[in-house]
Design a binder for this molecule. Structure first.
Ligand SMILES: [Zn+2]
Length: 454
């Protein structure tokens, strides 16, 4: 598929970015916020999401290391503040050099080997795990989804989706809530961060770890990370003065002496991690297109920022900027011939704006765009008359399935997603040979869900 570049009159929106950190008195209780989900739905969402994540990561195949992480996790999750009776905590170490860890709603937590390597002692590792447990216990992920003002969410949650066909995760995906990079479920506000620091510190202390190690580790990451800090810090933004804030909590915890730093065992685990084999390629049928036409997309993400939108995409893909807010994003083998504006995209995504000539409403403008696309690509057809409505970047979007010929041979599936914006009709075309589309669907969904308009 060619890249279509349309002229666009830019209306620069000025966004006032302000972060208000609510003042919580040290020592006072940390309370969960507004939530439309039941705790049981948190657990269900976490289970479904974990099943998906497990297909995208390399779970470390080393019993000793997994036991070690699970032991630390269980010790923390056993504290009353973790509410282990409501949630189902699990702790999994995955082979990934990036410094990251994340916990899904309801309890499944994943720790990257890079995080273990970066920690100076077990207290720091436990600090990250305790902090993640606090997010789960405070239900920050589903709290944020609840606050996103999605009109259909209460109905979706009330309609007995528990045990439904597509599962809760499918229902939420329809509303634009997913697990991708920048997912609303995993990217926390500064308020949530200071609450997770405070509760995480309390949990650590109760489990015998010096809570200050958590704050120290976060500040160390910040100091080392420079401008491009690890993903962890963009998901868990610094609420400011972390060490001091945790120090102020400590006098309110029951007095106790903290255990030694378990340094012998920790050092041994770090050595084990260093000796782990490099991550094997994931099963081809799951996340790599057949025949190895392209490399499997990496799970860690980078963000492309245009003036009017941003989108996250797999770290090992590249973004080729076009004219006026257009970009082509895909695996390097998926984009052929890169004289500017003339790329053939066989695998990847094209993002741009179209200026409708006569139609202003979303379906009308979308049809006009499709006619336009077809006039430059004679092979393109509308594959299915039925269009779906989804949410993208907090706005209504229309999904249309198109088809054309693939530069890689055979049929190509082109999924067109359109959104009415002040600047024109924003569109994204997700492209892959028909035979490989399903393998990339997860990545495409994550990209869609990561879109933020300015
Ligand atoms: Zn956090």
């Amino acid at each position: 598929m060619r890249q279509w570049v349309r002229a666009l009159t830019l209306v620069l929106a000025t966004a006032a970015v302000g972060t208000m950190v609510a003042a919580r008195k040290p020592g006072s209780a940390v309370k969960p916020g507004f939530n439309l989900f039941s705790k049981q739905q948190d657990v269900q969402l976490g289970k479904e999401s974990a099943a998906q994540i497990r297909q995208q990561v390399h779970v470390v195949e080393n019993r000793e290391l997994q036991d070690y992480i699970a032991r630390i996790g269980r010790k923390l999750a056993a504290q009353p503040e973790a509410d282990g009776q409501s949630f189902e905590y699990s702790f999994t170490l995955v082979t990934d050099k990036s410094i990251n860890a994340f916990a899904l709603p309801g309890g499944p937590a994943f720790v990257h080997t890079g995080l273990l390597s970066a920690a100076d002692n077990e207290g720091q590792l436990a600090g990250v795990v305790g902090h993640e447990i606090a997010h789960v216990a405070m239900r920050h992920g589903t709290n944020q989804a609840s606050k996103a003002n999605l009109l259909q969410l209460p109905a979706a949650l009330a309609s007995g989706v528990l045990g439904g066909g597509g599962g809760l995760i499918g229902q939420l995906a329809q509303l634009g809530i997913g697990l991708g990079a920048n997912s609303i479920l995993l990217k926390y506000s500064r308020d949530a961060e200071s609450d997770a620091d405070a509760l995480g510190a309390r949990i650590m202390s109760a489990a015998g770890y010096n809570p200050i190690e958590m704050a120290r580790f976060f500040e160390k990451l910040e100091a080392e990370g420079g401008q491009r800090g690890p993903q962890f810090l963009s998901d868990h933004p610094n609420p400011g003065n972390r060490v001091k804030a945790v120090e102020q909590e400590i006098p309110f915890f029951p007095r106790r002496a903290y255990d030694a730093e378990h340094s012998a065992e920790f050092t041994r685990m770090k050595a084990l991690v260093a000796k782990l084999p490099a991550a094997r390629a994931l099963p081809a049928s799951r996340n790599a297109p057949q025949g190895g036409a392209i490399d499997p997309p990496s799970r860690s993400a980078r963000t492309y920022r245009a003036r009017t939108y941003e989108i996250a995409y797999p770290e090992n893909w590249r973004a080729i900027e076009g004219n006026e807010e257009s970009v082509t994003i895909g695996p390097k083998q998926g984009i052929i011939g890169s004289q500017s504006g003339q790329e053939q995209v066989g695998y990847g995504a094209i993002l741009s704006y179209y200026t409708p000539q006569s139609q202003r409403d979303l379906p009308g403008a979308t049809n006009e765009l499709i006619r336009n696309l077809r006039s430059t690509n004679a092979n393109m057809v509308v594959a299915s008359q039925s269009q779906r409505r989804v949410r993208v970047g907090g706005a209504n979007a229309l999904v249309t399935n198109l088809a054309s010929g693939s530069p890689f041979g055979g049929k190509e599936k082109d999924v067109l997603v359109t959104v009415s914006r002040p600047q024109g009709l924003f569109y994204m075309i997700l492209v892959a040979p028909e035979r490989d589309f399903a393998a990339l669907e997860g990545v495409f969904n994550q990209m869609l869900q990561s879109i933020r308009f300015q």
